[in-house]
Design a protein around this ligand. Sequence first.
Ligand SMILES: Cc1cc2nc3c(=O)[nH]c(=O)nc-3n(C[C@H](O)[C@H](O)[C@H](O)COP(=O)(O)OP(=O)(O)OC[C@H]3O[C@@H](n4cnc5c(N)ncnc54)[C@H](O)[C@@H]3O)c2cc1C
Length: 309
Amino acid sequence: MSEQYEAIVIGGGPAGLTAGLYLMRGGIRTVLLERVLPGGTPLNTGRIENYPGFPEGISGRELMERFTAHAKAFGLPVREFAEVLSVTRQEGLFTVTVNDGALTARGVIVASGTEPVRMGIPGENELVGRGISYCATCDGMFFRDLDVAVIGGGDSAIEEALSLANIVRKVYVVHRRDALRAQKILQERAFRSPKMEFLWNRRPVEIAGSQQVERLVIEDTKTGRREDLPVSGVFVYVGSRANTGFLGDLVERDPAGFIITDEGLATATPGLYAAGDVRKKTLRQVSTAVGDGAAAAVGLERYILGTQQ
Ligand SMILES: Cc1cc2nc3c(=O)[nH]c(=O)nc-3n(C[C@H](O)[C@H](O)[C@H](O)COP(=O)(O)OP(=O)(O)OC[C@H]3O[C@@H](n4cnc5c(N)ncnc54)[C@H](O)[C@@H]3O)c2cc1C
């Protein structure tokens, strides 16, 4: 017999924890399934300065500990190390299969976030964990007083480059365009940092090293000229991919794989909602994930109670 709930939330990041909090507060019997520990991406980011209510900023880890405690205060069961493998729907009931069993519910909120995209260049797969990383907060300390490269020019790349600059000797920012996409405030800090050097109009073509990363080969996108960058670490921020593999064809996706929802965050399948970074949206932040979690929970609550408009 599978365990029965009214609602299941998949993913314990800001969106999932908010959805769980709202559902429990609304009296909907819910369980949250998280493949590792609750907290999501902010567990591995640096200081969060743009989440309202914390004028001094707050570490991502502390913020997410507060989110988790808040959801649990409303009685939300958070099941850790419960990776969702598939979701199916039959006769109005969802079956969610996890690594150690199956659960059923009338409604599901998918808040499984994203994971970093790899560059797909020679040497990358071989040297992941041996100098190539997708998380400066997790791995930066291994590169104390060494030279590293950061690939990308968006918010994540520049935030992570700034945090690396506190630890390493030099940060090369390798960007395929001639200007950054990151927010102005981050750009200004980065341009002020004496430890950062910007390599514009360059794309990485190979990472080389026998046991560890020894050099990054970059190519000038205008002239095609290649050069070697002697670095011990390469931190990659070239985009993210939505975690939706377990959903089969229950949802519609945009060409990049993000879940398409309506304004109420409902997907193409009745009773199935999506919230946070996993869905097609213009801004992926903690604040927008929180808004999504709340909206999806209220949408699902109305669906379950039959009070949809
Ligand atoms: C380097 C970096 C810096 C950032 N800095 C900021 C910042 O300063 N301010 C800001 O507002 N935002 C920042 N963000 C963005 C912010 O982290 C995200 O927008 C936010 O975490 C999205 O929340 P989410 O709940 O949608 O997804 P996530 O936080 O990614 O959570 C998704 C959760 O789902 C779980 N999961 C995935 N698949 C499964 C599965 N099959 N079964 C069960 N669980 C699963 C994951 O383990 C994870 O815990 C940053 C992001 C990065 C990468």
